[in-house]
Design a binder for this molecule. Structure first.
Ligand SMILES: [Fe+2]
Ligand SMILES: [Fe+2]
Length: 297
């Protein structure tokens, strides 16, 4: 059986369309985010994202996993612009989006439950979150850690209800022998981001994975490449993060990168191919590859 090819990208932070911020937003957390964007906007460039999308297209993945922060202020105009961009990335059945904290900056005035992206979050008629998308030997388990937070915070939370449903889902998919790929915006392992950016109920998720297992976890949010593990019932579960898909790269933040993840479900093994932005050519080039043995359940 040929490997299942999954492309992972994250944190595109699409440029806000003109008029994305209205006067009413300036009393909210969006104001702080707008100030931050004046600095970060230079870091995230549409032409970088365009080159990255083309590079993923040339790889012709079986599926694309996008772990959040498509927008900056979670306005309706940005949600509509992000929807138009998603349509260029691939058919909704072939692209799964896990929302990020920037997609849920404020509760009030935010589009209801990410409605404009519905087709990219879950399969028709399926409940979310977690949303389960079964694709051949792989089951994508899409979590939502995006939640409105107080100013100065960028933390995430899954909540008891979502965790409760996740338990039964992992158990069922494990019994069916599917290769379970968990998607979540916030890193679930400690030490990758600071406390103010962290997943609040990471210990509860960790306890659940330790008992019920998963074969791979993908996250974003850190804007850095990160490889870590979480304990599972049959060994360590690999946890992978990618930098922002639109970053030119400066200071401590690397330039844009995406991962081709080739899953061999019979061997419970994955090969990760990292491709990153070349500062010289503006094109994407290979950065290296490595093989990870997953839990041998
Ligand atoms: Fe981000
Ligand atoms: Fe984030």
């Amino acid at each position: 059986m040929p490997p299942f090819r999954l492309a992972h990208l994250s944190d595109p932070h699409l440029p806000p369309p003109p008029g994305a911020l209205r006067a009413a937003d300036f009393a909210s957390k969006r104001l702080l985010s707008a100030i931050a964007w004046r600095r970060k906007g230079r870091e995230h460039q549409p032409q970088v994202l365009k080159a990255l999308s083309a590079d993923i297209g040339a790889y012709a993945p079986d599926h694309i996993a996008l772990t959040g922060d498509l927008t900056n202020f979670a306005t309706k105009a940005e949600f509509a612009a992000a929807r138009a961009w998603l349509q260029t990335l691939g058919p909704a059945s072939g692209v799964t989006v896990s929302p990020g904290n920037h997609d849920a900056l404020v509760g009030r005035n935010a589009p209801d439950a990410f409605a404009p992206w519905r087709e990219w979050l879950e399969d028709p008629g399926q409940p979310a979150f977690p949303a389960v998308r079964e694709r051949g030997p792989v089951a994508l388990v899409n979590l939502c850690s995006a939640t409105p937070t107080a100013p100065g915070l960028a933390s995430g939370r899954l909540g008891r209800e979502q965790l409760g449903r996740l338990e039964a889902i992992l158990e069922r998919l494990g019994r069916e022998g599917l290769f379970r790929v968990i998607m979540i915006h916030h890193p679930p392992t400690p030490g990758i981001v600071s406390k103010r950016k962290a997943l609040e109920d990471a210990p509860a998720l960790s306890a659940l994975l330790k008992t019920h297992g998963a074969e791979l976890v993908l996250h974003g949010h850190a804007h850095e490449a990160a490889v870590s593990t979480m304990p599972g019932p049959a060994g360590a579960i690999p946890v992978l993060g990618v930098p922002s898909a639109s970053a030119v790269g400066h200071g401590r933040h690397p330039g844009a990168r995406w991962h081709g993840i080739e899953i061999d479900p019979t061997q419970r093994r994955i090969r990760v191919i990292a491709r990153g932005l070349s500062a010289q050519t503006g094109a994407f080039e290979p950065l290296g590859s490595y093989v990870l043995d997953g839990p041998q359940g």
